[in-house]
Design a binder for this molecule. Structure first.
Ligand code: FAD
Length: 283
């Protein structure tokens, strides 16, 4: 609960929002599904960015998918604009987020910045090498999603800066993606979330991405495991080695749902199966 909250602004431009956010004791609110639950007695002003038209868009051309920060996860899931390997992958992952009513509220930007262990889309963005456009009024910088996630979005963003857009590259034939999560019921928290992407060139793996969440406390890219695949043939042995490396190189988040030992064993199997599925799709 934001006990000290006294005012909420509803700016209609990015410039106006960033100016208000540069003041002390302010915070962004988008879908509000995480922000409204925060126990933060320092926040006195919220800046609601959902009235800024420039932030609510979803488009795709031959090379890039552009997702505006306030686009809801349901709009992504139900989009008829998103197509092809990346578009269908993003839609599939969006469809696994919470339930319909929540998806209608949760925004792409909020889902990225809140960075919780059950966050789904950031795992997909890591696998797809997405970029994030951050704005401080007119000035903008475009950064890789792995940088913003590794630095923790809330710390990475400067005072008065917001996430404006997520850019996802469109992959073509020769690339395959896979997303899977282990979850007891659709409405529970997941225990393991995995996303992989493989690009094949002349029968060899030219690019590999392995991303996870829920087993870890925040979305994470298993770069050491990815390195074991690049330049190699997509054989069962190489896939198994990469899965083993992924399972031995992460810091496990523990909770009452499953022990570290259980997660480690199942995570390794899920990475292996996910890589196999991505390779099959890439062929
Ligand atoms: C019951 C429940 C189940 C859920 N299940 C899932 C699930 O299965 N998978 C999943 O991925 N998510 C799930 N979520 C959503 C997730 O927990 C977060 O609540 C959500 O991603 C936050 O998005 P929001 O748009 O509501 O952001 P808000 O709550 O408005 O904001 C979240 C944080 O991001 C900041 N912020 C928001 N937008 C921006 C921006 N554009 N620039 C800079 N900072 C910004 C805010 O200041 C705040 O710190 C669930 C939520 C609930 C309540």
């Amino acid at each position: 609960m934001l006990k000290k909250l006294t005012q909420v602004y509803h700016p209609t431009t990015i410039e106006e929002a960033c100016k208000q956010l540069s003041q002390a004791k302010t915070a962004v609110i988008a879908g509000g599904t995480a922000e409204a639950l925060k126990k933060d007695d320092t926040i006195e002003t919220l800046v609601d960015i959902t009235h800024i038209k420039e932030l609510n868009h979803l488009s795709q051309d031959a090379s890039t998918i552009k997702i505006g920060a306030t686009t809801t996860v349901q709009d992504i899931y139900k989009s008829e604009t998103l197509k092809g390997i990346s578009g269908n992958f993003i839609k599939q992952v969006a469809g696994t987020v919470a339930a319909t009513a929540l998806r209608n509220t949760i925004t792409a930007g909020g889902n990225l910045v809140a960075q919780l262990w059950w966050s789904d889309l950031p795992v997909a963005y890591l696998a797809l090498d997405a970029e994030v456009v951050c704005r401080t009024g007119k000035p903008k910088r475009t950064v890789s999603v792995v940088q913003i996630i590794n630095d923790t979005p809330a710390k990475f963003l400067k005072k008065g800066e917001i996430v404006a857009e997520i850019l996802v590259p469109c992959y073509n034939k020769g690339t395959g993606c896979d997303f899977r999560k282990q979850i007891k019921t659709h409405h529970d928290y997941p225990t393991i979330t995995v996303a992989t992407r493989i690009t094949l060139k002349n029968g060899m793996i030219s690019e590999a991405r392995i991303a996870c969440n829920a087993v870890t406390s925040t979305p994470f890219r298993c770069q050491d495991a990815e390195k074991l695949l690049v330049g190699k043939k997509p054989t069962a042995e190489n896939i198994a080695k990469a899965a083993e490396k992924a399972a031995s190189s992460i810091k496990y988040r523990e909770d009452f749902r499953a022990s570290k030992e259980y997660k480690q064993e199942v995570f390794q199997v899920m990475v292996r199966r996910s890589l196999e599925a991505s390779i099959e799709a890439a062929k």
